[in-house]
Write a protein that binds this ligand. Structure first.
Ligand code: PGA
Length: 275
């Protein structure tokens, strides 16, 4: 499968330039969108857009469609460099008596390489706890899926001056639970301030950079090799703010929601992070 990149492929690509060996990623979280026909059109538009993209090699790309559409989207993106992920994973492994669940093995079998864990919408809408998130992370990593761990504070937590403390608690809970069981290339951290998600109100490049530098310190303090973990920013990333965010030294890419549903916008954001 041509989109099954390894860590060394990435290290050889130009997607790490200027970021101290960290891979630059732009990832699209399609959330509960769109209907099947439009999802196919979006994947087709991404594949076509990328095949015309010759001027500049792009950073690494991944999309996270609705799980039900994974197989069809995989068929369309199979020949493209875009990697594929799912938005959730079960804590239950393999196959068996877990009605309604999708295990990491099933997701891999459908062509997924990545999974999102800890997105704020799942933390708030499904009440996912740190303990549940670590069981999901372990299920994903031990089954061979790579994981994007999402962290971020709410507006009231930021206003109370607790943004760093909250992010540290979320990140540390998962790092401690994972112990040494993962390789830095297989985990990406996404800093997504909850108040910036879907609101059109992105964090300022200064605030985002400060939090990314803080996250990087926490990662490195936990395990020296984790300094190469990519840390992405998420929360109202659009083509018109991507350039400034991309110029921050500790922002290695973006996790994009709304703007990832338009192929032209997603590719424009990818170009901003590929300079
Ligand atoms: P947004 O979503 O880009 O629509 O703010 C980001 C996310 O939830 O990952």
């Amino acid at each position: 499968m041509s989109n099954n990149h390894t860590g060394s492929d990435r290290a050889n690509s130009n997607s790490t330039d200027g970021h101290h060996g960290r891979t630059r990623w732009v990832m699209g979280n399609w959330k509960m969108n769109p209907l099947r026909k439009e999802a196919i059109q979006l994947a087709d538009a991404l594949a076509t857009g990328l095949s015309k993209q010759t001027a500049q090699p792009l950073c690494q790309l991944a999309v996270f469609p609705v799980a039900l559409h994974t197989l069809e989207i995989e068929t369309i993106l199979h020949e493209s460099p875009i990697e594929l992920g799912c938005q959730d994973v079960s804590v239950h492994r393999g196959l068996g008596a877990s009605t309604g669940e999708l295990s990491a093995e099933l997701l891999k079998d459908a062509g997924a390489q990545w999974v999102l864990v800890g997105h704020s919408e799942r933390r708030s809408q499904q009440g996912e706890s740190e303990a549940l998130l670590s069981a999901k992370l372990k299920a994903a990593l031990e089954s061979g899926l790579n994981a994007v761990l999402c962290v971020g504070e709410t507006l009231s937590e930021r206003e109370a001056g607790r943004a760093e403390a909250v992010v540290a608690e979320q990140l540390t809970a998962q790092l401690v639970a994972l112990a040494d069981r993962f390789d830095a290339q297989r985990v990406v951290v996404a800093y997504e301030p909850v108040w910036a998600i879907g609101t059109g109100k992105s964090a300022s490049p200064e605030d985002a950079q400060a939090m990314h530098a803080f996250i990087r310190q926490l990662l490195e303090k936990h395990r020296a090799d984790l300094k190469t973990v990519s840390v992405l920013y998420g929360g109202s990333v659009k083509p018109d703010n991507a350039g400034l965010l991309a110029s921050c030294p500790d922002i290695d890419g973006a996790l994009v929601g709304g703007a990832s549903l338009k192929a032209a916008d997603f590719l424009a954001i990818a170009r901003a992070f590929s300079g």
